[in-house]
Design a protein around this ligand. Structure first.
Ligand SMILES: [Zn+2]
Length: 260
């Protein structure tokens, strides 16, 4: 079911985040040598902690009964956060290098069907069809959420917010992206820049791109200069070109926040 909310586009927020990528070039400290970045920083005590962790069942490992019960524990953003926070993420691994940058990729596709609202980047776009989805079907926000989670080596959006869970029926996709942003900040990263491409034959998205971009900046807490949203058609071929679906790709660069 499509969400009944959000009848009007949102305006841009003014909440900017100071991040390394926006610092003028002259102020950027020289990066440490690559060799140093890749060296493990673990002390003996940290290595002992890691060994203890390895002896315990991994809460995020998918595929078995344990994983199924783990999925059921993430029914709310708070619960999802607890499940993810309790798990040793790659960046929190005592022996893993703390990377100054992390890159993430996101992709999503939804069927278009009559009877649904078309919501892209939190903006409702007038059209005869909308995205068929369990949540509000916001293809752009789902893609960006997965790009952030991917950059952090965390479980994907479908694992954190299963579409079998009634909790997320008609849910605003803001919830998913804001949770990914929270997890990103908790790990000491900020958005360096993001580049997204929405692929839709119709409707024409160019009149809405500014509103979409502004809302995305607000949700990410990022400056407009760091967030790009492109739109293109699919040359009338395949399901996208035949107006039966809509897709989106995004890549994001995360940078270690100053002082993190
Ligand atoms: Zn989706």
């Amino acid at each position: 079911m499509a969400s009944e909310r959000r009848a009007t586009p949102r305006s841009a927020g003014a909440r900017g985040t100071t991040i390394l990528a926006h610092t003028p070039k002259t102020n950027v400290p020289a990066p440490p040598p690559i060799k140093k970045l890749l060296q493990p920083r673990a002390s003996q005590q940290q290595q002992q902690q890691k060994q203890q962790q390895q002896q315990q069942p991994h809460p995020r490992r998918m595929g078995g009964a344990a994983s199924r019960s783990s999925r059921r524990t993430v029914a709310t953003p708070a619960a999802a956060a607890a499940a993810v926070d309790a798990a040793p993420a790659a960046s929190a691994d005592a022996t893993a290098p703390v990377l100054p940058f992390r890159v993430g990729h996101g992709f999503d596709l939804h069927r278009l069907a009559e009877g649904y609202k078309l919501i892209i980047g939190g903006v409702e776009i007038p059209h005869t069809k909308g995205c068929e989805a369990h949540s509000d079907g916001d293809v752009l926000l789902h893609t960006v959420t997965d790009a952030l989670l991917g950059a952090l080596a965390l479980p994907d959006i479908g694992q954190l917010f299963p579409d079998t869970d009634p909790e997320w029926r008609g849910a605003s996709s803001d919830t998913f992206l804001l949770e990914a942003v929270r997890l990103m900040r908790a790990r000491g990263y900020a958005v360096g820049n993001l580049d997204a491409t929405i692929i839709a034959q119709r409707p024409k998205l160019s009149p809405h791109k500014d509103s979409i971009r502004a809302n995305l900046c607000r949700l990410l807490g990022a400056d407009a200069s760091a967030v790009n949203v492109k739109a293109k058609t699919h040359e009338r071929v395949d399901s996208i070109g035949e107006e039966r679906s809509i897709a989106c790709h995004a890549v994001v660069l995360l940078v270690r926040a100053a002082g993190a």
